[in-house]
Every structure is written in C-alpha cells, then in structure tokens.
Write a protein that binds this ligand. Structure first.
Ligand SMILES: C[S@@+](CC[C@H](N)C(=O)[O-])C[C@H]1O[C@@H](n2cnc3c(N)ncnc32)[C@H](O)[C@@H]1O
Length: 299
C-alpha cells in the first residue's frame, strides 16, 4: 500500500502542479501533502513520514541557477560551457586526484569485455574517452551537450594523436542520434546526475547498446558509514563550494555539483533504477570509502 503511495508522490514531484504549489507544501509540511495526495484522513505513521520526506528530498530537482526561467538541461549546458576551461584543474583539486584512479578502474572493468565500439556519454573534456583507448577499442565516441567542454576535450585528443580512434560529438543523452544496437559498451562518468530526465537518458543508453552490451557508470555517492558520512557532508557542504567560489568563473557551479551529489540516488537505489529501465546483471562497486560508485549493467 505504501509503495503505491510512493509512486504517487514520485509522479506528483515531477508534475507541473508540484512546481505551482510547491511553496505552500513546503510551508504546510509533509502531513498535509500526504492528506492531499491520498484524500485520506488516516494519519501516516512516523516511519512513513520520514520515508516520504527522504523520498521527496531524493527526487527534488536541483538546478545550477535559481534566478532563471531556463530548464535544467539548458542551465547545465550553460554552466559547463562557462567552467570548461577550469574544469580539469579544479576536478583534480576537489577529488584529491582520486578521480583519475576511478576512471582507470572503469577501464579495467571494460577491458575484460574487449569492446570494439564504445560510446562515452557526458564525456566532457574527454578524460575517460582518452583513458579508454587502452581497452583496444577501434572506435570511441565522446558525446556531450556542452560544446565548451568538448572543445577542451578535442584539443586533448588532438594533442595525443587519438583523433583516429576518438570522435567528439555534440549531443543530448536523452535523445541520441544513433541507431538501436550500435555500441558494445556505453560509459558515463559523473554525468547521470546532470540529466534532466534520468530515466529517459538511461532508456536511450539501453536502446543504443547492442544486446549483451555493457553499461558502466561512474558517479559520486554518499558514504553509508560514520564518520565518513559526516566527513563527506562537511566537505561537500562547506569546502567544495568554497573552492568553487574562489577558483571557478561560475560561483554557483560547485554549490550545484555538491548539492546534486548529496541527493542523487546511489547504491541499491540506483541499481533498482537501472533494473526498472530493463538492464540485467546490475551490480555496484563502491569506491574510496563510498564517496563514488561504479555501476555495471548489461542489456
Ligand atoms: C561533471 S561533467 C563530467 C565530464 C567527464 N565525463 C568527466 O569524467 O570528467 C558532466 C558532463 O555531463 C554533460 N551533460 C549533462 N547533461 C547532459 C546531457 N543531457 N547529454 C549529454 N551530456 C550532458 C555536461 O555537459 C558535462 O560535460
């Protein structure tokens, strides 16, 4: 019964009506929301209220800017275009360089499957696409919605003489221009939490994967155990936005990146989303105290 309520809340969260009356709901609180949705006078239990509040937090739409009419996709594109030239340097600083190790792990996982064709979605400045040339793939397509990020990536590809293997293309993960069953493998590093419509993006990925093809996703996660969880919260809430404010051209970009990381579903929650889309053999490998995860799934 409560599961059905969850679905209702989920649909409601993404509806236009929610945007319209979101503020009164925030003010009136979750009990009123519950009563409104279920047209019921029966009071939810404390556990149900806590679960609802958690769920509402998880599905809340986090966007880079608050003072704009632009949708999430346009905002994300604008933000990455603006920070493209400082992205690589700041990335190394805020992750203490560990992101390099995580990408190598993705490559190790893929190498076992020996894919010939790989699509790297949300490739950004191309670090993963470049690292994946070590898998021996014949062709790697790096796709991204931000032309600014791709420009930096293309420069790196040219400098490394990898243009024969890697092609960088502008595209939207939620509306891919490739035929069904095109790639042996698809990868996404730190991209899925930026999708405007996560399920649409994942369905598109599944569509362009060949049968038995593999999807490998690297994404930030929130550590489950104390004191790592508290340490992570402190770092992402206080230090990361400060570094962004000091060194990035876009003052709100790193606040968005840490906020979106803290509410994005991870671990088994994300595995379940992949299963819902139709992926099979879904597993996740937590990395470095649980601050990131690698998800592996098959079509
Ligand atoms: C945090 S960066 C990650 C870049 C790179 N994969 C890496 O590992 O450093 C996220 C990237 O996702 C891209 N992105 C966001 N939404 C997208 C979409 N709908 N389609 C394609 N790319 C998207 C952004 O433009 C940005 O370059």
């Amino acid at each position: 019964m409560f599961k059905a309520h969850f679905v209702k809340v989920c649909n409601f969260q993404s509806s236009k009506l929610h945007k319209f009356i979101g503020l009164p709901f925030k003010t009136l609180g979750v009990k009123t929301m519950y009563r409104f949705l279920y047209c019921s006078n029966a009071m939810p239990t404390l556990d149900e209220i806590v679960s609802l509040a958690k769920f509402a937090e998880m599905t809340k739409k986090i966007t880079p800017y608050s003072n704009t009419e632009l949708g999430k996709k346009e905002q994300v594109t604008k933000m990455f275009d603006t920070i493209s030239n400082t992205y690589d340097g700041l990335n190394r600083v805020i992750s203490f360089g560990i992101d390099v190790k995580w990408r190598k792990r993705v490559v190790a996982i893929l190498s076992k499957r020996q894919p010939k064709s790989i699509l790297d979605i949300a490739t950004g400045t191309g670090d993963l696409a470049i690292e994946m040339t070590k898998t021996g793939a014949d062709s790697i397509v790096g796709l991204d919605i931000s032309a600014g990020m791709l420009e930096v990536g293309q420069r790196k590809v040219n400098e490394k003489n990898l243009a024969d293997t890697i092609s960088m293309v502008v595209g939207d993960s939620e509306n891919l221009s490739f035929e069904d069953d095109s790639f042996d493998a698809v990868t996404v590093a730190f991209g899925v939490r930026n999708f405007e419509n996560l399920e649409k993006g994942l369905s598109e990925i599944r569509r362009v994967l060949k049968p038995s093809g593999v999807l490998v996703i690297l994404e930030t996660a929130v550590p489950k155990k104390s004191p790592y969880r508290q340490g992570y919260r402190f770092y992402t809430k206080n230090i990361l936005p400060l570094i962004g404010k000091l060194f990035s051209k876009d003052k709100s970009a790193y606040t968005y990146l840490s906020e979106s990381a803290s509410v994005f579903p991870c671990g088994e929650n994300f595995n379940n989303i992949l299963r819902k889309i139709g992926f099979i053999d879904v597993t996740d490998e937590p990395q470095t105290l649980g601050v990131a995860s690698i998800y592996i799934a098959t079509k």
